[in-house]
Write a protein that binds this ligand. Structure first.
Ligand SMILES: [Zn+2]
Length: 409
């Protein structure tokens, strides 16, 4: 008797599995014959899913993993119950498993079904759009997301996906359009992001030499939010327009607010634009004057920032004003013994150029002691994404203005 019970316990699952699969197979055959209003492709995909479940369950049984086998078998039972929810679950399962085509065929057949409520059809359409999106079929994803919005515009996640896609492909007109739509549907303030998008538009116009359009978008950007990128572009516009006094004021304001952006600000100002040679020449003359102004600034407020120090020193070195650079760095390095590697290395190079050999030895030693691995220049403080490029929008987590600076050797 005990032996018999043990046998049942051992093989119960297998028996149940075989029984369920027989029922499923029978069901499949009946469905096939009576021609339920399902597309052939859809029926096949359900059957395929069931077979897969059975195979998995059998494999789990053989390898002794009963928990997973039960899970698989329960899945199979669910499929056959034919509730809408199960189809959605199955579609989601396929998608998260990377089997996009199967997910697509399930969601498509749900949409095509006659006996389905409108809200379920809408949901299936949304799921289909996500399938396309995850599968990398961007055009189809966009089209399907838009189909959803035609039925119901109050779809935060759908609009958000469209925002992400258009920002990814840098279609700033569309990105702007959907960000505005998002701000109407959701409760989050989108002003900062809208400002960034408008700055991107304005920047492209500026670099193409279409200054009137650029100014228009930039003004709009400020209307939404005075983002850092907007302020930097305004500085470029002011230099182009010849408003040197305003440019000085803008620079000062930027440095007070964001001293860590110092070297990046000058990098941005060097980025060119299309235009007449005269225009370009005047721009670089004004930029040079702005640099002079920057070198004269000795506001203690931002002189404590390593970025400002480094920008000044690099500027002075490029003009071969080594003694002046030394005068700035020497007290700074003394006051900040645990300063960054970038400052140390800049300082050591300077000491070598100035033939100060005993100091070179001392600081090289300190520098080597502090040496860790060299890193990328920038990283995202949301997700940790690393890059040497400047990114206003993190390419990994899509957050705006999460960039942080590291000092690279
Ligand atoms: Zn990120």
């Amino acid at each position: 008797m005990e032996l018999y019970l043990e046998w049942i316990q051992e093989y119960l699952l297998a028996i149940v599995a075989v029984a369920i699969m027989t029922v499923l197979f029978f069901h499949y055959l009946v469905e096939k014959d009576t021609g339920v209003k399902l597309s052939k492709r859809y029926r096949n995909s359900i059957f395929e899913a069931q077979s897969k479940v059975f195979l998995n369950a059998t494999q789990y049984l053989i390898s002794g993993n009963k928990d997973l086998a039960i899970k698989e078998i329960l899945n199979a039972v669910d499929i056959n119950r034919e509730t809408i929810e199960t189809y959605f679950a199955l579609g989601g399962l396929f998608r998260s498993n990377g089997e996009i085509e199967k997910a697509i065929s399930i969601h498509r057949s749900l949409i095509a079904r006659e006996n389905i409520s409108e809200s379920h059809r809408l949901r299936a359409l949304k799921e289909l759009a996500v399938d396309f999106d995850k599968g990398g079929f961007v055009d189809k994803a966009v089209e399907t997301y838009k189909d959803v919005l035609k039925i119901n515009r109050d779809q935060f996640e759908v609009i958000q996906s469209l925002c992400r896609i258009y920002e990814d492909v840098e279609d700033w007109d569309q990105a702007y359009h959907y960000r505005i739509m998002l701000s109407k549907v959701g409760h989050n303030n989108q002003a900062e992001t809208i400002s960034h998008i408008l700055v991107q538009k304005a920047k492209i116009y500026f670099e193409k030499g279409e200054f009137a359009k650029s100014r228009e978008d930039l003004e709009d950007a400020f209307r939404f939010a005075p983002s850092v990128s907007a302020k930097i572009l305004r500085l470029r516009v002011q230099l182009h327009d010849g408003n040197l006094e305003q440019a000085k004021f803008s620079l000062l304001e930027l440095l007070k607010e964001h001293p860590m952006y110092a070297s990046f600000i000058f990098e941005s100002l060097e980025e060119g634009f299309k235009g007449a040679e005269d225009d370009q020449e005047q721009y670089s003359t004004r930029l040079s004057m702005l640099r002079d102004y920057f070198l004269e600034l000795d506001d203690s407020e931002f002189l404590s920032s390593p970025s400002v120090i480094l920008s000044k020193v690099r500027l002075l070195k490029s003009r071969n004003l080594l003694e002046r650079a030394y005068k700035i760095m020497e007290p700074w390095v003394k006051d900040h013994p645990h300063t960054s590697q970038a400052i140390y290395s800049e300082y050591i190079k300077l000491l070598i150029d100035l033939d100060k050999s005993s100091e070179v030895v001392k600081y090289t030693k300190d520098f080597l002691n502090s040496f860790h691995q060299s890193l990328t220049k920038h990283y995202c403080n949301e997700c940790g994404y690393n890059s040497d490029e400047i990114f206003w929008r993190c390419p990994q987590c899509h957050s705006w203005e999460t960039i942080q600076f590291r000092w690279k050797v």
